[in-house]
Design a binder for this molecule. Structure first.
Ligand code: F3S
Length: 66
């Protein structure tokens, strides 16, 4: 599974970071500081919740093909 990050869509709500700080790092101005990344095994639930928490829909979960 990966999380696709649309950095220009981020306006700094930081909700993703509050759900999963280890997955969604922010820069000094509070904007998302990471690019699209593979979700580590076992952290899929956190990744989904963090991505869902973004009101700007800047974070999109892409599930692995079955
Ligand atoms: Fe940005 Fe959305 Fe997170 S606006 S800081 S990606 S909750």
């Amino acid at each position: 599974m990966k999380v696709v990050v649309d950095a220009p869509a981020c306006v700094g709500h930081a909700r993703c970071h509050h759900v999963a700080p280890a997955l969604f790092a922010l820069d000094d101005n509070g904007y998302i500081a990471i690019a699209t990344f593979e979700v580590p095994a076992g952290q899929e639930g956190l990744a989904r919740r963090g991505a869902r928490a973004c009101p700007e829909r800047a974070l999109t979960v892409v599930e692995d093909p079955a």
